[in-house]
Design a protein around this ligand. Structure first.
Ligand code: NDP
Ligand code: 2IT
Length: 449
């Protein structure tokens, strides 16, 4: 394993996030490899860490002043052993191949855990939608799809949203795909309700995260009722995580964006959450504006020179990182533990650094990796495709019921896999092992391809 990691590092030395994601999976699956020598003979680790295909392309677009710009577009088609590539598109200035390869790699295991037949992929661009007009975003999406359309399809690769890609972007992308193909195909998920979207898809990731947290607490005869929670981010995942925590009787006291975070000691209730949804989804404003409306809340600006994030330094019972990768380092993890947090449930992908994860495991914190806890989003993307195939729409209750069943099943799968390999209660090991075994067994069945 260390030789394979060295080869990955030597081939692409700058891909730090990708190396981090692979290392974390390798750490967990060693006992599986020890018990299954056939995985080694068939170069399974070498194959699973090399994307089936990477597409990189130029996206020229014109701003409102008539000035031309060029961004980079990507689609990483990581693994299709158990189904068509599926996974989000991220539009954010930080996007590069390393970040998309890490996200695509995580997505492979994520999707395997959902019980549905979906391979893993991820894509996006270093285009930054912040501060752009709707028309600029539309022109960019059209330029992006003008190349991506030839690579995707409902049985090949089905993109959806991620950071910076929500309902507006999916609409523009879908419109261009339809025009170029001259057919109405359910090729993207997260579509509008009136044209093939599924009820509960926008809520699914956040709701699923909270269902998963509740399952973890239930193993200790506990629940979210009366718990104080820290949530980061203020986008799709964070908003619906807050919504479900409120439903379950918990209190959320923080939210953030890349400029800073708010701390509202009185708790973010339904009215305040509605305000955040309007602020973020319609006005596309900044989280600091929350304190203009709710003056008891305190805003703290982000500062990248700090060695820790003060958001994670408030007294609480539970933490739900829901913004981005590596947002909880070992210092933050220490602060969380010292302040009484007993559950950390990842809404974002890879938000905890390896040092932070080690600390949570040492202290027997209930820690759920995003691969397991945030799989509700992609699971409902799978349900959206299923509904599209049948050309019907399930009611809200039906989709939510299926989401709950899937999250419960993922939780049990993690526990079973962890117990089977001698690490009872370790969700990190359990998620990696269960996802890995499902995918590599399919790869073995299908021969050396
Ligand atoms: P959104 O774009 O809706 O929201 C992202 C939020 O995180 C925003 O508040 C954003 O602030 C903040 N953020 C983004 N980048 C950074 C950064 N570098 N530093 C600090 N804050 C940052 O995205 P989602 O809610 O969809 O995604 C959040 C996380 O959840 C990501 O890790 C994503 O991969 C993961 N995820 C998403 C799923 C989905 O269904 N959408 C499914 C499973 C996982 P700002 O507005 O300032 O950029
Ligand atoms: O990280 C993720 O799982 C997503 N961004 C959602 C993927 C999807 O296909 O819905």
């Amino acid at each position: 394993m260390s030789d394979i990691l060295k080869t990955i590092e030597a081939r692409d030395p700058a891909e730090k996030e990708y190396q981090q994601a692979v290392t974390e999976v390798f750490k967990s699956v060693k006992p599986v490899l020890d018990q299954n020598p056939e995985y080694r003979y068939s170069a399974i680790l070498e194959r699973i860490t090399e994307p089936e295909r990477v597409i990189m392309f130029r996206v020229p677009w014109m701003d409102d002043q008539g000035k031309a710009h060029v961004n980079r577009g990507f689609r990483v088609e990581m693994n299709s052993a158990i189904g068509p590539f599926m996974g989000g598109l991220r539009f954010h200035a930080s996007v590069n191949l390393s970040i998309l390869k890490f996200l695509a790699f995580e997505q492979v295991f994520n999707n395997a855990l959902t019980t549905l037949s979906m391979g893993g992929g991820k894509g996006g661009s270093d285009f930054d939608p912040k501060g752009k007009s709707d028309e600029e975003v539309m022109r960019f999406c059209q330029g992006f799809m003008a190349e991506l359309f030839r690579h995707i399809g409902p049985n090949t690769d089905v993109p959806s949203g991620d950071i910076g890609v929500g309902a507006r972007e999916i609409g523009y992308l879908f419109g261009m795909y339809k025009k170029l193909r001259n057919e109405f195909t359910s090729v993207l998920t997260g579509k509008g309700l009136g044209w093939g979207g599924s009820l509960v898809r926008p809520e699914a990731t956040g709701f699923g995260v909270v269902y998963f947290a509740n399952e973890m607490l239930a193993t200790r005869n506990d629940s979210l009722a009366g718990k104080t929670c820290l949530v980061s981010g203020s986008g799709t995942v964070a908003q619906h995580t807050v919504e479900k925590i409120i439903d379950m009787g918990g209190t959320v006291v923080t939210l953030s964006d890349s400029s800073g975070y708010i701390f509202d000691e009185e708790g973010i209730d339904r009215d305040k959450l509605d305000y955040v949804k309007r602020l973020k989804n319609l006005r596309r404003g900044r989280i600091m504006e929350y304190t203009d409306k709710y003056s008891a809340a305190i805003y703290t600006e982000a500062d990248s020179t700090r060695d820790h994030n003060p958001l994670w330094d408030h007294a609480a019972d539970c933490a739900f990182p829901s913004a981005t990768q590596n947002e909880i380092n070992d210092k933050d993890a220490g602060n969380l533990i010292r302040n009484g947090v007993t559950l950390v449930c990842e809404g974002a992908n890879m938000p905890c650094t390896p040092g932070a994860i080690d600390l949570f495991q040492d202290k027997k914190i209930l820690y759920a990796p995003g691969k397991a806890a945030n799989a509700g989003g992609v699971a409902v993307s799978g349900l959206e495709m299923a509904q599209n195939s049948m050309r019907l729409n399930w009611p809200r209750e039906e989709v939510d019921k299926r989401l709950k069943i899937i999250m419960r099943s993922i939780h049990q799968t993690c526990l079973d896999a962890a117990a089977e390999y001698g690490r009872p209660g370790n969700y990190f090991m359990g998620a990696n092992i269960a996802g890995f075994v499902k995918v590599v067994n399919a790869m073995l069945d299908q021969g050396l391809v």
